[in-house]
Ligand binder design. Structure first.
Ligand SMILES: NC(=O)c1ccc[n+]([C@@H]2O[C@H](COP(=O)([O-])OP(=O)(O)OC[C@H]3O[C@@H](n4cnc5c(N)ncnc54)[C@H](OP(=O)(O)O)[C@@H]3O)[C@@H](O)[C@H]2O)c1
Length: 319
């Protein structure tokens, strides 16, 4: 496992991290807590030391599982979690005071600490963001106070889906230690403005949804079904599975034979030096093992990256 400094923090984080949305259940169905805990323990055994969770993932259930595993581990594991919008609307919507008032941010951090059973949150992120909020005092004050009290060691923003530039002004304030952004073969937009700025400002980057919620896992067919109520039923609804299959087939044809799609997708993210850690969701032992092993591989060749550049796909399945 390779490690990398998370921006201006002194955290040496694994370049493959653990995305813990799926293990919260509720929106990701079909797994069990035993499988999730086993996958998380295995990822840690293989060197993963960064876990990204959120209070909203299964209403605290993901944080509780993460806390259980982190507390039993004998060495440092960096835990990133998130303050959900008070109005529970994703993506960001509403006046700032309806979303992140000071007292709410502070109370949410306490609730996360309770779920995790830890004294401190290594990275506390706002779970939605709007550039219109950059001058608001509450989030700045809350972040400063949480850091001063030691309840959060670093702070950040989880950027709105497919809108990386919405975080540029927040990064320029100097108050943000890390951002979390969708970055994958289909959405390469962070490369244009976000990544150059994070490098310039020494801000850490967590690359989220590196497998496009499973589209780049290589198993989606036109007849794939998901458990009723699973988030992916919505994400891949209507003719979207057909679109995914068409895009994936064209991509695989361009890449040539014997290429593993999930491996290429994760190595694509690892190949960009702006990325501190790539955080795939991986609820199974098999995926935890496959993904953790990729950290040690060389970056993709310039020729492969040039092919992948042509496969950027402008669309938003979260709406
Ligand atoms: N707004 C936000 O802040 C936000 C939004 C979304 C995600 N996130 C964070 O980003 C993390 C990653 O995103 P995500 O989990 O939504 O999506 P993702 O990582 O793009 O995809 C996860 C899916 O890929 C599958 N998978 C994992 N490894 C695989 C492999 N080697 N081969 C084939 N399939 C594989 C997983 O299967 P199994 O799980 O069944 O193993 C799961 O179905 C989340 O867990 C969360 O921490 C944050």
């Amino acid at each position: 496992m390779k490690y990398c400094k998370l921006g201006r923090t002194n955290f040496e984080v694994s370049t493959i991290g653990y995305g813990a949305w799926g293990i919260g259940g509720k929106q990701w169905l079909g797994g069990t807590d035993d499988e999730s805990v086993a996958a998380l323990r295995r990822a840690i055994e293989l060197g993963v030391n960064l876990i990204d969770t959120a209070l909203a993932y299964g209403d605290g259930h993901s944080e509780q599982l993460v806390g259980q595993v982190v507390r039993e581990t004998g060495h440092k594991i960096y835990v990133a979690t998130k303050v959900p919008p008070k109005n529970r609307i994703w993506p960001a919507k509403g006046a700032f005071q309806e979303v992140f008032p000071y007292s709410y941010i502070m109370a949410s951090a306490e609730e996360s600490l309770g779920n995790l059973g830890l004294e401190t949150i290594d990275l506390l992120q706002l779970h939605v963001w709007s550039s219109e909020w950059v001058d608001q005092d509450d989030w700045r004050r809350a972040f400063e106070d949480l850091k001063r009290s030691g309840k959060a060691r670093a702070v950040g923003i989880s950027i709105t889906e497919h809108d990386p530039d919405s975080a540029l002004s927040a990064i320029r304030t100097g108050l943000i230690d890390a951002v979390q952004v969708i970055y994958n073969i289909f959405d390469q937009t962070p490369e244009k403005q976000l990544f150059p700025l994070t490098i310039q400002e020494n801000v850490g980057v967590l690359a989220r949804v590196p497998l496009d919620e499973g589209a780049l896992g290589g198993h989606i067919t036109e007849s794939t079904t998901f458990p009723r109520g699973d988030f992916r039923e919505f994400y891949f609804r209507g003719n979207r599975k057909k679109e995914v299959v068409q895009h994936v087939n064209t991509l695989l044809r361009d890449l040539g034979d014997f290429v593993s799609l999930p491996e290429t997708a994760l190595r694509f993210c690892l190949s960009n030096s702006a990325v501190s850690s790539v955080i795939p969701g991986m609820r199974t032992l098999r995926h935890a093992e496959m993904n953790s092993a990729l950290s040690d591989m060389a970056p993709l060749s310039a020729a492969t990256l040039a092919i992948l550049k042509r496969h950027a796909w402008d669309r938003n399945y979260y709406c």
